[in-house]
Design a protein around this ligand. Structure first.
Ligand SMILES: [Ca+2]
Ligand SMILES: [Ca+2]
Length: 327
């Protein structure tokens, strides 16, 4: 007996509808030559921002002003740009602007603050990633800007716009986010508790630049979904905290033949809720999903906590091809 996890339920309900529009070559829509401050070979447009350092509060204050001449990533000849902002080397904490629909010259005017002591400023770098928002497929990276020598800017009043060319970036990996949860199994009671702790850096599914995430856990056996449990919905966030327990009754004799698919979903009041990303734990899961499950079984009655990188919903991530037969 194999454990093919290809439940028609799961797929029918939640499969991402990946469209191929939006993959049109951007150079077809490149706006006419640069004016003014742009350099030759500048193919990704440019961005302007204000930068100052508030000495009293030790905050680096960044105001993203606008971008010009962005390349078109969508078939309609436009993009839906937004900007993610990191203060490297810290990639855990990030900000992002709202999404601006159908434009190559978005005006952002959004201010963000990073707490950073003055004596660390020289070793930090501001990192902007400009993305094209897409509801039904991976967001396209338009390009990136890295700003160093932040100490120099700390002297200024922060009133003069700084312009930088956006350089084509190497595509980052899917960047769907990470999920932290613990698993605890009580063999005698036959009860498995998955405690969803928190998620970080989730993909933005809404034009606000945020998502409305909740976590759905599905107990799977032989490709069929037996039970599902959900957390509450956290509105307008990419870094939700839940601390909610999802409990499944799984008799000890069945524990080896089940797995749990854990999907982070975006709630929408209009239209369908969409999968942001998922992971799977079980004896026949891959990599971290298998290790987490094994650690849970090896430590009965003890919650075992683990971070999981979220992956896209694909048939290969839902189905295990070579599951060893346990019966
Ligand atoms: Ca788009
Ligand atoms: Ca939403």
């Amino acid at each position: 007996m194999t454990h093919q996890l290809s439940s028609p339920d799961f797929h029918g309900e939640e499969k991402e509808q990946v469209t191929s529009i939006g993959q049109i070559k951007p150079e077809l829509y490149r706006p006419k030559g640069d004016q003014g401050e742009g350099k030759q070979g500048d193919t990704c447009g440019k961005i302007s921002f204000l930068l100052r350092y508030a000495f009293n509060t030790e905050q680096l204050v960044v105001k993203i002003l606008k971008a010009l001449d962005l390349p078109a990533k969508d078939a309609n000849g436009f993009s839906d740009p937004y900007v993610k902002i990191y203060l490297l080397p810290d990639r855990k904490k990030k900000f992002q602007t709202k999404v601006h629909r159908k434009t190559l010259n978005p005006v952002f005017n959004e201010t963000f603050q990073f707490g950073v002591p003055l004596n660390e400023l020289h070793s930090r770098k501001l990192h902007f990633s400009v993305y094209d928002f897409d509801r039904f497929s991976r967001h396209d990276l338009i390009g990136q800007v890295v700003v160093d020598n932040l100490l120099d800017f700390s002297e200024g009043t922060g009133e003069k716009p700084i312009w930088r060319d956006i350089v084509e970036g190497t595509a980052e990996k899917a960047d769907l986010g990470e999920l932290n949860f613990s698993l605890c199994y009580l063999p005698t009671a036959g009860r498995l508790t998955a405690t969803v702790i928190k998620a970080t850096n989730l993909k933005a599914m809404d034009l606000t630049g945020f998502s409305d995430p909740y976590v759905k856990a599905s107990l799977m056996c032989d490709g069929r979904r037996l039970k599902k449990r959900k957390t509450s919905i956290k509105k307008n966030t990419l870094n939700p905290t839940y601390n909610e327990a999802l409990v499944f009754d799984i008799p000890n004799e069945n524990i080896e033949s089940v797995s749990i698919i854990i999907a982070v979903m975006d709630y929408d009041c209009i239209g369908h809720n969409e999968v942001i990303g998922m992971c799977r734990v079980g004896s026949d899961a891959e990599g971290p999903g298998r290790e987490h499950w094994a650690a849970m079984l090896a430590n009965p009655r003890k919650p075992i906590e683990h971070w999981h990188q979220l992956v896209e919903v694909t048939s290969s991530s839902c189905c295990s091809n070579n599951s060893s037969s346990s019966s």
